[in-house]
Design a protein around this ligand. Structure first.
Ligand code: 5AD
Ligand code: SF4
Length: 431
């Protein structure tokens, strides 16, 4: 979500004459787009802001802005806490970011804007892609906010109510990206399978997928993130029925114990989750599954933690994202006693990651010796190899056939024979 937002901020500022630079010494504006999903992400904001203190001292005219969810959550408190910051604005105010920057520059006053746009009037930012900036794979937002109340999660508080972007707007944006050179689109939202079209309308998520899948020139379609509770048989069938929809499903489970899942307010049990996995694998046996896991939710016992480990064994995800629970301000779980000691959380996280490393190795090893279509995204650092992804979203590096310039393969699907597996990636050769 933040990657998408950062691109829109870049486009808006570019239309006002700004250019991006990798050298802060050269910048008139330094903008930190921030995330508050976990404590660690939030902590980065203070250290990043602190790292620009010297720059602000030497060149007080530089505007230092903080955007994103930490900005939304902390608002004017950030101005108090971080004296070098000039501007704070939340995700609903991105459309005004160029005006806000100018206001700060002209008035030399510090500003914090964290208004939330009314759900009724919400208009989505619209991408304005230029061929020179567009990569092979791009993100397209279909939804903002979240109406779930997962006990640990700050998203509903900072991103607000769930609003779906009108189907026609999504399709038009995908068309613009494809016209600018993109070949793969990932539709993004906090809970994409509860997509409802414009104004609570009748377009559901499968209808949207069918419409996007028809865009000429689009070679691959993905989406993230779906909620296990809302994952339907119709959506599982879409993987089977829509050839452009790639065989990759990110389905965050969060925990393996039904008691912990209930305490988290997830709305499904371990058994229901496993039944959905069986359903989708029954229809699309080769589908790659990935997930998110939280260890050390308040009250999680050692036995309940072992249920998470056994679920990881049972499902065999291709890869996972795993996190130690951290209390977030204003969430229901923040009122609970955070009773799993930090050391214990670290130990549980380590167990989860060590187990998954073995499972990932097993899953990747299965692919060695097979042929797989790879959409080439770019050249590797040394320029002799290219990299791309399998339908299951696994990175593959390979050297193009003799006489083929690596650059000429970008945006094309190449059949690759997988020759070896690394820790997270594959190596291959043109098949
Ligand atoms: N503590 C730890 N992990 C969290 N996540 C969300 N909130 C928290 C929290 N308070 C994780 C979930 C979610 C992912 C994006 O971040 O696993 O799916
Ligand atoms: Fe957070 Fe739950 Fe919404 Fe995901 S579904 S954004 S975890 S509240």
């Amino acid at each position: 979500m933040n990657d998408y937002d950062a691109e829109r901020i870049r486009e808006i500022l570019r239309r006002r004459g700004y250019q991006t630079t990798d050298d802060a010494e050269e910048a008139d504006l330094v903008l930190l787009n921030t995330c508050s999903i976990r404590e660690k992400a939030e902590a980065k904001v203070s250290s990043a802001a602190a790292s620009f203190r010297g720059l602000k001292g030497r060149r007080p005219d530089v505007v230092l802005a903080v955007a994103g969810c930490v900005a939304q959550q902390e608002g004017a408190r950030l101005l108090e806490r971080l004296p070098q910051v000039d501007l704070v604005f939340g995700p609903d105010n991105i459309g005004r970011c160029a005006d806000l920057v100018e206001r700060v520059r002209e008035s030399r006053r510090r500003v914090a804007v964290t208004d939330v746009i009314d759900v009724e009037d919400y208009t989505f930012l619209s991408a304005d892609p230029r061929p020179e900036d567009v990569g092979t794979t791009v993100l397209v937002t279909i939804q903002k906010g979240c109406d779930n109340h997962c006990a640990y999660c700050v998203v509903p508080a900072v991103r607000g109510r769930e609003v779906s972007r009108p189907l026609r707007e999504v399709v038009a944006e995908v068309e613009r990206f494809v016209a600018a050179g993109a070949r793969e689109v990932t539709l993004i939202g906090q809970n994409v399978d509860s997509y409802r079209g414009a104004g609570g309308g009748t377009d559901d998520f499968v209808t949207l997928l069918v419409a996007v899948a028809r865009v000429p020139g689009l070679l691959r379609l993905r989406f993230t993130t779906s909620h296990p509770r809302d994952f339907t048989p119709a959506l599982a069938r879409a993987f089977h029925d829509l050839p452009v929809l790639q065989g990759w499903l990110h389905l965050p489970v969060q925990a393996g114990s039904s008691r912990v899942l209930a305490a988290m307010g997830r709305g499904y049990t371990r058994e229901e989750y496993l039944a959905k996995v069986d359903l989708v694998r029954g229809l699309v046996p080769e589908i790659a599954l990935t997930t998110d896991v939280i260890v050390g939710f308040p009250g999680e016992t050692a036995d309940e933690h072992r249920e998470t480990l056994s679920l990881l064994e049972a499902v065999e995800f291709e890869s996972i994202y795993s996190f130690a629970y951290s209390a977030r301000p204003g969430t229901p779980a923040a009122a609970l006693r955070d009773d799993v000691p930090l050391e214990e959380k670290r130990a549980r996280l380590h167990q989860v990651q060590a187990l998954q490393q073995l499972v990932t190795a097993r899953r990747l090893a299965r692919l060695v010796g097979r042929r797989t279509p790879v959409l080439v995204e770019g050249e590797s650092r040394r320029g002799e190899q290219v990299c791309g992804r399998t339908p299951g979203n696994i990175v593959v590096n390979f050297a193009p056939a003799a006489g083929t310039a690596p650059g000429s393969l970008r945006g094309r699907i190449v059949p690759v024979h997988v020759t070896a597996a690394g820790t997270h990636t594959l190596r291959g050769e043109p098949a």
